[in-house]
Design a protein. Structure first.
Length: 225
């Protein structure tokens, strides 16, 4: 190629210089922030998880909904009658106790924990539970029960009965929960239930003698509802 002065490509040199100039100008503009820039927002600290951490994931603790009849209702008036005869009684405290009892009874029945059941059940209900556990053990069956969530506790009805030893009180509570409930045979095969989380609705009745020292609320009846 002939690069003598008369044949030197001057136009190419001019295009190259113009391109370089434009590139520098563009870089200088893009490298600046236009206008007044706001200060960077601080990153707020993450609040602690509502529950304990399991396998790196926070276990959320959900509040249980308590449904208590108003004082203007028949059941609400009966709850006031219970409170008049037992100054330590409140519907909220009662439902908190039912929540604990429900968890303990379901777990104790699955594990065959007779000592816990004796303290939570009336004698007649305990005899029924014990018979079921004895039959389960004789057949080599295993009960798996896990309460995942208790959704709600609702006081459905109240009954007061005058007895020779005092006033007997019965309170029906509807308990809605999510559970795994599965009975397997001696070979580990399913008999009843499922290992999937299922919603259960139960009606439990608790009884006690009011105004009697040492008397506590015990499960007197349990059925699906």
């Amino acid at each position: 190629m002939d690069f003598s002065f008369g044949h030197f490509p001057v136009d190419l040199i001019l295009f190259a210089l113009v391109a370089a100039f434009l590139a520098l100008r563009l870089r200088s503009v893009l490298g600046k922030r236009v206008g007044i820039q706001p200060a960077p927002m601080p990153v707020p600290p993450r609040p602690d998880a509502a529950g304990k951490v399991i396998d790196g994931k926070a276990e959320q603790v959900e509040a249980v909904a308590y449904d208590i009849p108003g004082q203007g209702t028949r059941v609400g008036q009966l709850l006031l009658d219970v409170q008049r005869q037992d100054s330590t009684f409140t519907p909220q405290q009662f439902l908190a106790g039912v929540q604990t009892s429900f968890q303990q009874v379901v777990k104790a029945f699955a594990e065959g924990d007779r000592a816990t059941l004796k303290t939570r059940l009336t004698p007649a209900v305990y005899a029924s539970f014990e018979g079921a556990m004895d039959a389960r053990d004789a057949a080599g069956e295993k009960q798996r029960s896990e309460i995942k969530t208790i959704r709600s506790l609702a006081i459905e009805d109240v009954r007061l009965v005058t007895l020779d030893v005092g006033t007997g009180a019965s309170i029906d509570v509807r308990i809605v929960s999510d559970q795994i409930s599965l009975l397997t045979d001696a070979q580990g095969q399913p008999v009843t239930g499922t290992d999937a989380v299922t919603e259960f609705s139960d009606l439990w009745t608790f009884e006690r003698l009011l105004g009697v020292n040492g008397s506590s609320w015990r499960l007197a009846s349990a059925r699906s509802a």
